[in-house]
Design a protein around this ligand. Structure first.
Ligand SMILES: *[C@@H]1O[C@H](CO)[C@@H](O)[C@H](O)[C@H]1NC(C)=O
Length: 220
């Protein structure tokens, strides 16, 4: 097992690409933020110099120009379901191991009245599954976007409760070889930049992409 892991890391080093996987629900999979992030990495030359590839079993919609839209943003998915059903391990079978993961997950759990505690337990399961695929994976976990849905009057209170617990969860799980970084996607995100109170609109996608960009660049 140990040998296999070493072999995999060695092969990853040879292929020399830096694989990034975005992971989450429709917030991750349905907008154009990844296109914006990709374009910024392209225009700053990092895409080429770091040989960045996005990996994932899904492919983003059209955003007006060609970009690398591979992702794991699964519409309406609950992170607790994904963890329970070992979905991440399943998806990882058919794509290259990510070196970096950008995870924004839990919105639909909160809409379904799942507790922040259970969401964090699901994050832990996913971290373990990601590390099985790459012991050196760097995991960027978002403090999630606000929810302003008429369907759930108290959801944003729960968003804050979840977000408040993410930093201590992350520092417990973070490791020297496989750090976990918290990316505050909530702070400064205006509630009006959403579709139905949940999905980012165009400006929301821009803000979302910008936060990811600034979070990952020092660690590329
Ligand atoms: C990506 O970068 C290249 C080289 O700078 C540029 O020619 C190209 O237009 C860029 N692509 C997009 C979609 O921005």
């Amino acid at each position: 097992m140990r040998f296999q892991l070493l072999l995999i890391s060695w092969l990853a080093a040879i292929s020399n690409a830096l694989n990034i996987m975005s992971l989450g629900d429709s917030i991750v999979g349905s907008g154009c933020w990844q296109a914006i992030l990709w374009q910024r990495l392209n225009s700053t030359g990092l895409l080429q110099s770091k040989k960045i590839e996005f990996v994932g079993t899904l492919h983003s919609k059209q955003c007006g120009f060609a970009f690398d839209g591979d992702n794991e943003g699964h519409s309406d998915q609950l992170v607790t379901k994904v963890a329970e059903q070992n979905k991440v391990s399943e998806w990882l079978v058919s794509v290259e191991s990510p070196d970096m993961v950008l995870m924004h997950f839990g919105t639909y759990d909160l809409l379904a009245q799942v507790s922040p505690k259970r969401i964090l337990e699901a994050y832990t399961t996913i971290v373990e599954q990601l590390r099985k695929s790459n012991i050196y994976v760097k995991i960027f976990v978002a403090q999630i976007l606000p929810i302003h849905s008429d369907a759930c009057w108290n959801c944003n209170i729960k968003v804050k409760r979840l977000n408040d617990q993410i930093p201590s969860w992350a520092s417990r799980l973070s490791k020297g070889d496989s750090p976990i970084y918290v990316v505050d996607q909530y702070d400064g995100y205006p509630s009006r930049n959403t579709i139905g109170g949940i999905l980012p609109d165009e400006l929301g996608d821009e803000l979302f992409a910008r936060k990811w960009y600034h979070a990952i660049v020092p660690h590329l």
